[in-house]
Design a protein around this ligand. Structure first.
Ligand SMILES: [Zn+2]
Length: 561
């Protein structure tokens, strides 16, 4: 299989009959999925998602794909295809549309409803083209066909691209639940038909490629969810992704059966469930859902709350309940059902929430102690099935960390795909499909773009390093009054420390060092305030490292007197 060479440069010009595929996110990581297809001078974007920050990225709201390589060609983008409504597939759209508002968005009804609601918050009214499975539409040189796939959100689509360079099939995120709650099966006959036509390049979801066998059906969760509602003496509080309509449908059905009323808690949960029920994706029995105020008047064993926060997100409802920072007080007799996955990187936050809820007396039912979650992604068995049905001539695993991509590539090879035609690429690696053959030809920028409050791209990896340092090592501010002419200290420096353990005498040794350093600088005629600040910073930093084994953030302030 082909790997990206570490010293890849910019790609050569694309031959006029070729198709270029540039993943800007989602390859080598889970999240911020985005792929750019280029053909005959035009670009088609498939998905534009965000990645959620981990604990070592403090103060970051979300992480975007890097738009640098397409920024000068925004006018060439014919459309953005959104395969489904998950944040890691649509969350970046507002930021791309900020750069060009009228890029058409193509997607299914539910996907477009979710993105429209999100864009409304950004004051953007998008140009949209709603499609259903089976539709075929042309955008510029791309002839698109949409196929039904099932996943952990309704109305997901795979997309086939017919171009002069060949036929490409992109699965999006998918699984092959044979008994989905909405009876909408992954269109395997469609996959087979495309296979007969000849799929030149198959881009396949790798998320679960390491998991042997087949992903269980959503329906397999019914008994465990039922049990919670049957046996809980107090309230049932369910956390789930705000987009997991089918999981929440199961919860509503169980609540209804067991005579409980339901309230939705959390802005995204309320909004998404309204969107889903208005359009018939969520079936809500009459009178089942009430508002929170009404619910509070009912006996505990008649109550069910459905909230956000299944990943331990600090601001979400469940985390705030766990921290006693929410009007809902969780306690003895309550059962908390965390009906969701455990996304790698969130483990600490999730276990903190589980422990806190348990400390208040709640019984917490989660993936680790009950069958309350199934994945939304195809496991190895299903992937092999797909390769055998589609019989692609080239394969490019997408959506996953390196280990997932590699496992997926191995599956393709096991089914008989020529190893030389299995392309392992990560973000920014350019793959060209020319004369029926896919190969790596270059690399474009694909780094993290951090969104921090209102600023996009203002936060850099360097400033995050400062934040980590502040959190872990503390900060020392050193204020020095120096003589404007001689550069020497006019009085002893002032120290202000936070997060750095100290007492009255801690900084005494470093005073001598600073005095010496400034005297030395004066002899060498270094008098510029900025240079002196750097000198002080280096001196204090070296001292802290040597005598305390710490690397605090040093903020030197030189005032010329
Ligand atoms: Zn998804």
């Amino acid at each position: 299989m082909s790997h990206p060479h570490p010293e890849l440069g910019s790609p050569p010009d694309l031959p006029s009959h070729g198709l270029r595929i540039v993943p800007l996110g989602g390859l080598g990581e889970i999240g911020r999925n985005m792929t750019v297809f280029e053909h005959r001078g035009k670009l088609l974007v498939v998905d534009c998602g965000v990645l959620f920050p981990e604990e070592h990225q403090p103060g970051v709201d979300v992480i975007l794909p890097d738009f640098t390589s397409i920024r000068h060609r925004l006018g060439d983008i014919v459309a953005i295809v959104l395969t489904h409504g998950h944040e890691d597939h649509i969350g970046g759209v507002p930021y791309l549309l900020r750069e060009r508002k009228n890029i058409p968005l193509i997607g299914s009804q539910l996907t477009l409803a979710f993105i429209a609601a999100k864009l409304k918050e950004h004051n953007i009214k998008p140009v949209t083209h709603q499609v259903v499975e089976g539709d075929r539409r042309s955008f510029g040189p791309f002839d698109l066909e949409f196929l039904a796939v099932n996943h952990s959100i309704p109305d997901s689509l795979a997309v086939a691209l017919r171009t002069q360079a060949g036929l490409v099939l992109h699965t999006g995120d998918f699984k092959m639940d044979q008994f989905p709650l909405d009876s909408r099966l992954t269109d395997l006959p469609g996959f087979a038909r495309l296979g007969d036509e000849g799929v030149d390049l198959f881009l396949v979801d790798s998320t679960n490629a390491e998991v042997p066998g087949f992903t269980l059906s959503e329906r397999e969760l019914t008994p465990a969810i039922e049990k919670v509602f049957r046996t809980s003496p107090g309230r049932v509080i369910v956390s789930s992704f705000a987009s997991h309509v089918h999981r929440i449908q199961q919860v509503l059905d169980a609540a209804h059966t067991h005579g409980r009323k339901v309230a939705f808690v959390g802005r995204s949960m309320v909004r998404n469930m309204q969107i889903a029920s208005e359009r018939g994706y969520l079936v809500v029995p009459d009178g089942l859902v009430v508002d929170l105020k009404k619910l509070e008047k009912l006996a505990a064993n008649r109550v069910c709350l459905v909230c956000t926060g299944s990943q331990g997100e600090p601001m979400a409802a469940l985390s705030r309940m766990a921290n006693r920072d929410h009007m809902i007080r969780v306690g003895e007799g309550d059962t908390v059902l965390m009906a969701s996955s455990l996304i790698p990187g969130n483990e600490n936050a999730i276990y903190r929430v589980i422990n806190n809820l348990t400390r208040w007396g709640a019984n917490v039912v989660h993936k680790g102690n009950a069958k309350v979650h199934v994945s939304g992604h195809a496991s190895a068995g299903e992937l092999v099935y797909c390769y055998n049905i589609v019989r692609p001539s080239n394969v490019m695993p997408v959506h996953g960390e390196w280990r997932h991509l590699r496992a997926n590539a191995d599956l393709a090879i096991q089914t008989g795909v020529d190893p030389d035609r299995v392309v392992l690429a990560d973000d920014g690696v350019v793959v060209d499909l020319v004369d029926g053959r896919a190969s790596i030809t270059g690399k474009v920028p694909a780094g993290y773009v951090f969104v921090d409050g209102a600023s996009v791209g203002g936060v850099t990896e360097a400033s995050l390093k400062d934040r980590r340092t502040l959190a872990e090592e503390g900060v020392i501010t050193v204020v020095c009054l120096v003589d404007a002419d001689s550069g020497a200290l006019t009085e002893p420096p002032d120290f202000l420390a936070r997060g750095f353990v100290h007492d009255d005498k801690t900084f005494e040794p470093v005073v001598t060092l600073i005095t010496e350093a400034l005297a030395q600088a004066a002899r060498e005629s270094i008098g510029d305030a900025h240079q002196l600040e750097q000198l002080i910073s280096r001196t204090v930093s070296r001292w802290a490292q040597r005598s305390h084994r710490r690397t605090p953030l040093i903020i030197p302030v030189v005032i010329e007197a």
